[in-house]
Ligand binder design. Structure first.
Ligand code: GLY
Length: 372
């Protein structure tokens, strides 16, 4: 692609904001457009857990992508925070993955083997050791695996920092505009919205599970991204906080500096229904109280919901369109939008501004789903 200078990024979730910041700081002129305020899609319900070795439990392209992105995270947060002037809570205190059945314990042993083959520091814990590591665990805990490299970040603050940082580098944020169509016209790209059109010479589609709803000239089958609902609870903890992100097969718990605890998350095929539900809240409360009984004494601050953008193979869609010149995809990040944001931004900016095509892009190419 000839180096584009005017780039329109569709979608102001964490991925779109990371891409906008990276392009703007490397000198492109960027417009970031969304119907909703910044970070109000899947990002609003993210607990911000950064855990490649839990999200991808075996050797896979997802593992490779998430590990590489986690390696970028220190610099990514520091730069967004410094450029944007927004403090971003971020901790690399590890995860404790708790087993409550023999089958889960066997899976943790297999995971420990994989980590040891990769020289990743991890500690396999028996019943007594896991309780010593986290004294607040319930009686059901029979063992655990501690992975030190993992962490968590305040996804909302990070997204706000990225937008502020992008704007400091000249990007424009255009809110309350629903993008309807992307067309090519005389070498330019025209974005039709419900309130007028925008023109640039390249576009990045980063609209999460709404990406398939944007019509694109010449493309009959849209990018296959579907919504997978995630509900999340926000609790006010009392007493000693949990030491780190604590995970079970039914929920994960994220302890924040301000004494609150996030409990994530349901995984539901509910179409575009963005409601929190009684069933979702009850399942998460049960799971949290079984894992750490002290959760019964917590205050209830609220429930959040977001629609994760999932693809048929659970891998994101990142890279150039085969059907429309100067259209790039950055969508379908499913459970790992926050974790994969820095790598997505870097790979796209390298491809768009420096013509550098990273070999990793082949696994996430839009063309695996046809002529997109
Ligand atoms: N990243 C965890 C989740 O999507 O629930």
């Amino acid at each position: 692609m000839a180096r584009p200078s005017d780039i329109i990024v569709i979608g102001a979730g964490i991925v779109g904001c990371a891409v906008a910041h990276e392009l703007a700081r490397r000198g492109a002129s960027v417009e970031l457009v969304d119907e909703r305020p910044v970070g109000m899609g899947a990002t609003q319900a993210s607990a911000g857990v950064l855990a490649p070795y839990i999200e991808a439990r075996e050797e896979s392209p997802l593992l490779g992508l998430t590990i590489r992105s986690l390696d970028l995270f220190d610099d990514f947060v520091a730069r967004a925070s410094a450029d944007g002037g927004v403090a971003v809570p971020y901790h690399r205190t590890g995860t404790l993955d708790v087993a409550t059945t023999d089958a889960e314990m066997r899976a943790l042993r297999a995971q420990a083997d994989l980590l040891s083959r990769r020289d990743v520091p991890a500690i396999l814990l028996d019943r007594a050791a896991v309780r010593a590591e986290e004294p607040q665990l319930g009686d059901g805990a029979i063992g655990g695996l501690m992975i030190e490299a993992h962490g968590f970040v305040a996804a909302g603050d990070l997204t706000r920092a990225l937008v502020a940082a992008a704007r400091r580098h000249g990007a424009q944020l255009i809110e309350q505009r629903r993008v309807r169509r992307i067309s090519g016209r005389d070498g330019d790209i025209v974005i039709e919205t419900d309130r007028g059109s925008l023109t640039g010479n390249a576009v990045v589609l980063a609209a999460g599970c709404w990406s398939g709803g944007v019509a694109i000239d010449g493309i009959t089958e849209p990018v296959p991204v579907r919504p997978v609902r995630g509900q999340l609870l926000w609790l006010a903890w009392t007493g000693t906080p949990l030491r780190r992100v604590t995970w079970s097969s039914r929920c994960y718990l994220v302890p924040w500096d301000d004494g609150t605890l996030l409990v994530g998350a349901t995984v539901e095929e509910a179409g575009f229904d963005e409601r929190t539900t009684v069933a979702g809240v009850r399942d998460l409360l049960d799971a949290a109280c079984d894992l750490v009984p002290r959760a019964w004494t917590a205050g209830f601050r609220g429930a959040r919901v977001g629609l994760r953008p999932a693809t048929p193979d659970d891998l994101p869609v990142i890279g150039p369109s085969r059907a429309m010149p100067n259209l790039m995809y950055a969508t379908g990040h499913y459970r790992n939008g926050v974790l994969l944001a820095p790598l997505t931004a870097q790979l796209l900016a390298d491809a768009m501004l420096e013509d550098k095509i990273d070999p990793m892009l082949s696994a996430v190419s839009p063309s695996r789903f046809g002529d997109l």
